[in-house]
Design a protein around this ligand. Structure first.
Ligand code: NAP
Length: 248
């Protein structure tokens, strides 16, 4: 069950955090990972770690996910090397938190470009391949903040709400070609992204989680594995919240 033998899985932001956990988990089930991220040294560390733990070698690409030309090149090189792309995980993302009244235009634009435009760019490019294959699994990383909003995160919330919307549209466009698209909306997951939160903010968030713990990257990776599997073939256009019950 849930094996991904010989599936080519392209994961953005795959060098660390949730993206790396997804790559590791998929590789452990037989997938061939393709990692793209912004920092070369982290990519190589992730590649070595995945290889030593799963035996699977990864293709790696330094790619700014908000840059259309770099996205096209990454997809083309992946296809040249692997001949197909079965799974696309649009995971790369950033935060630039600030109250609306003081948020800079640059912080708005960066978050929308890296979190949302990237999903459009990769989906546009990879969906052509998946439609020809008549097979594909697209998993987009949203957030519960995209559903509920959050003070100080208007840019992030707008980007993740947009990720949910593009996921639903993708599901409707590609479904008849055998391609599914779903989103994961994590809650509060322990990664570099949340390590920078102040202790009082962390405690306030923890008090809202019925399971009384932060999520782990593995919690999210398990969900991504399921959505990418053949067993999830009739799940399409859905948003799965992985948040310990923080949002019901
Ligand atoms: P993370 O540890 O910061 O990892 C994100 C990765 O994406 C990093 O390796 C980062 O590179 C990379 N990245 C950033 N900008 C990029 C760009 N322009 N092009 C390519 N790669 C880029 O974050 P995470 O917590 O694993 O988050 C992964 C996803 O889950 C994000 O979409 C995030 O919004 C979402 N999410 C996270 C949480 C949470 O609690 N952690 C909750 C809900 C949703 P550098 O950092 O090296 O620049």
């Amino acid at each position: 069950m849930l094996r991904l033998d010989n599936k080519v899985a392209l994961i953005t932001g795959g060098a660390r955090g949730i993206g790396k956990a997804i790559a590791m988990t998929m590789a452990a089930q037989g997938a061939s990972p393709v990692l793209c991220d912004i920092q070369e040294p982290l990519l190589q560390e992730a590649r070595e770690d995945i290889k030593s733990k799963t035996g699977q070698d990864s293709l790696t690409f330094v790619c700014d996910v908000a840059n259309a030309k770099q996205v096209e090149e990454t997809v083309k090189k992946t296809l040249d090397s692997k001949s197909r792309i079965d799974i696309l995980v649009n995971n790369a993302g950033i935060t630039r938190d600030q109250l609306l009244a003081t948020m800079s235009e640059n912080d708005w634009d960066s978050v929308l470009s890296i979190n949302l435009k990237s999903v459009f760019l990769f989906t546009k490019s990879v969906s052509r391949i998946m439609m020809k294959q008549r097979y594909g699994r697209i998993v987009n990383m949203a957030s519960i903040i995209g559903v509920m909003g959050n003070a100080g995160q208007a840019n992030y919330a707008a980007s993740k709400g947009g990720v949910i919307a593009i996921t639903k549209s993708t599901a409707r466009e590609l479904g008849k070609r055998g391609v599914t698209a779903n989103a994961i909306a994590p809650g509060f997951i322990q990664t570099a992204m949340t390590d920078k939160l102040k202790e009082e903010h962390r405690q306030a968030l923890l008090s809202q989680i019925p399971l009384a713990r932060l999520g782990s990257p593995q919690d999210v990776a398990n969900t991504a594995l399921f959505l990418a599997s053949d067993e999830a073939g009739y799940i399409n256009g859905q948003v799965i919240q992985v948040c310990g019950g923080m949002l019901t």
